[in-house]
Design a protein around this ligand. Structure first.
Ligand code: PLP
Length: 389
């Protein structure tokens, strides 16, 4: 039998972050003292009232199909969130709930892009974006940025990258992997270019609440009705409510795009898990007090790790004002990111993700969604590793 794999699937690279994570977990299972900076998920538990709502839903028999795009109750709660927090008016029919923010991104790209289309993605990027674009038979167009500009793409660079084939611009602020947060003025200026050029924006705002040092998040959709009409917002419950395993994300889109995504979803996944959606309603409507505590904890670790990294002579790291990642520059160690991470894991038992996975080979990604004790131990080892090079 010739197991021919479609060229679409054959062109994909499996997620390196997930691969590193499983390698580190395997080493741990073998009894090795591994410090993991690889994972992209909060180390806090899902707040109890959210779990209780899902448990109640199960006990109440809320275990059947829901509408493919999510329950009316949850879509209304999401529309209310956009109204109250972002000043954005969306009808529930413009909200589609999906099986994770990743799934929401995929739906948006597949609903809007096809062969011959170009999708502009600033690097360093979340590693799934270019792969999703390839799955849609479109072409990723990468704009490189460096730590010298805090990994920010300029309106000028964006304008230069637009061609008649440009379909989509992907904006992710706060950013995974760099933690970069664009100021409202910078977001508006990028949005202005897209409005002028008729380019749709996919704005991944999943880290919108994870901000430090007084950074402010403003959605690109919120600057004018034209900005909103050129934007699809992608979001999810994974990060700010620590619900990664629940698989719940959502998008807010202009009506025709929402309709297309609803059709895709109705023929692929159908609805996201029914009782998980009840938990999500509780997440949006319940107390948000957990977040202040998490942010305080994240900020302590961020400040410590940033200072510690910058005290290592061959490493420099810009101040990331959002999310829970650090993206230090390792160029002065003389190693490229894959070798740096492989040797770090091998010799020091510290797991980090090579920047090449995010399109930036002179950097590595460290997640500080781990305990202070782990951070202290891991950074000690990174310092030892760098000094021995
Ligand atoms: C975590 C993450 C998502 C969504 O993750 P899900 O677990 O699928 O909800 C989307 N975009 C970015 C940039 C992320 O880091």
């Amino acid at each position: 039998m010739n197991y021919r794999i479609s060229s679409r699937a054959g062109s994909l690279t499996p997620s390196l972050t997930l691969a590193i994570d499983s390698k580190a977990k395997q080493m741990k299972a073998e009894g090795l003292d591994v410090v993991g900076f690889g994972v992209g998920e909060p180390d806090f538990d899902t707040p109890q009232h959210i779990k209780d709502a899902a448990i109640k839903a199960l006990n109440d028999g809320f275990t059947k199909y829901t509408p493919a795009s999510g329950t009316p109750e949850l879509r209304q709660a999401i529309a209310d969130k956009f109204k109250n927090e972002n000043g954005l008016d969306y009808k529930p029919s413009q909200i589609i709930v999906s099986c994770g923010g990743k799934h929401s991104c995929y739906n948006v790209i597949v609903a809007t892009c096809e062969e011959g289309d170009e999708v502009i993605i600033p690097a360093p990027y979340w590693l799934s974006y270019p792969e999703m674009v390839k799955l849609a038979s479109a072409r990723p167009v990468i704009i490189e940025t460096t730590d010298k500009t805090s990994f920010k793409v300029t309106p000028r660079a964006l304008r230069d990258a637009v061609t008649p084939r440009t379909r989509l611009f992907i904006l992710n602020s706060p950013s995974n992997p760099t933690g970069t947060v664009y100021t409202p003025e910078e977001v508006k200026a990028l949005g202005d270019v897209c409005v002028e050029k008729g380019v749709l924006i996919m704005s991944d705002e999943i880290y919108e609440r994870l901000l430090y040092d007084g950074a402010v998040h403003k959605s690109v959709a919120s600057f004018s009705p034209a900005h909103r009409e050129h934007t699809v917002i992608v979001h999810g419950f994974a990060k700010a409510w620590s619900m990664t395993g629940w698989r719940l994300g959502f998008c807010a889109a202009p009506e025709p795009i929402a309709k297309a995504i609803n059709a895709i979803q109705s023929h692929s996944t159908s609805n996201p898990t029914s009782f998980a959606q009840k938990g999500a309603v509780a997440a949006l409507k319940g107390p948000q007090t957990h977040l202040q505590q998490w942010l305080g904890e994240f900020n302590k670790r961020r400040t410590f790790a940033l200072q510690r990294l910058n005290s290592i002579p061959s490493i420099s790291c810009v101040n990331p004002k959002g999310a829970f990642y650090l993206f230090p520059n390792i160029a002065k160690t003389g190693l490229k990111s894959t070798e740096f991470c492989a040797r770090l894991l091998e010799t020091q038992k510290v797991a980090a993700v090579p920047g090449i996975a995010f399109g930036a080979d002179d950097y590595v990604r460290l997640s500080y969604a781990t305990s202070m004790a782990n951070l202290e131990k891991g950074l000690e080892r990174i310092e030892r590793f760098c000094k021995a090079l």
